[in-house]
Design a protein around this ligand. Structure first.
Ligand SMILES: [Fe+2]
Ligand SMILES: [Fe+2]
Length: 156
């Protein structure tokens, strides 16, 4: 199907963002594993897999719209040096993603592309749940302290 090229461009941008997120989460997940926090490792690895599914959906949709996957540009990556800074970086990354998807959905609406809009809405729900989880982890840290929180992350 010949789709709107503006939508193809947006999907390519979203793809770059997802690919950056995958690498960032895998590196962070391995850091958690290295520090012995199995639970955080598993959460971050699962998250990387979800972001990979998002990337897959974008590629699939771009091709469906007769577009090309072009100019994949990885964004600047932020990893973090300790568990707390990683969680804070993840909070910002997911806030950014929620905002990005909301804006992209608005463009789909304006350009009358409901097919793409429905796909982006389902991805947005995943990003909202990522944001929700990292918010509650940071809330927990605030309540029980970082040491107690980390002690609860050693076993899955
Ligand atoms: Fe994503
Ligand atoms: Fe996410």
């Amino acid at each position: 199907m010949k789709g709107n090229q503006e939508i193809v461009k947006i999907l390519n941008e979203l793809l770059s963002d997802e690919l950056t997120a995958i690498i960032q989460y895998v590196v962070q997940a391995e850091l958690f594993a290295n520090w012995g926090y199995k639970k955080l490792h598993n959460i971050f690895m699962e998250r990387a897999k979800t972001e990979m599914h998002h990337a897959e959906k974008h590629i699939e949709r771009i091709l469906f719209l007769g577009g090309e996957v072009y100019g994949i540009k990885l964004k600047e990556m932020e990893i973090g040096k300790d568990p707390l800074s990683i969680l804070k970086i993840s909070l910002e990354a997911e806030k950014y993603a929620v905002n990005l998807y909301n804006r992209a959905i608005k463009v789909c609406q304006d350009l009358n592309d409901n097919g793409t809009k429905v796909i982006l809405e389902s991805i947005l729900k995943d990003e909202e749940s990522h944001l929700d989880l990292v918010e509650s982890q940071l809330d927990q840290i605030e309540k029980i302290g970082i040491q107690n929180f980390l002690a609860s992350q050693i076993n899955d």
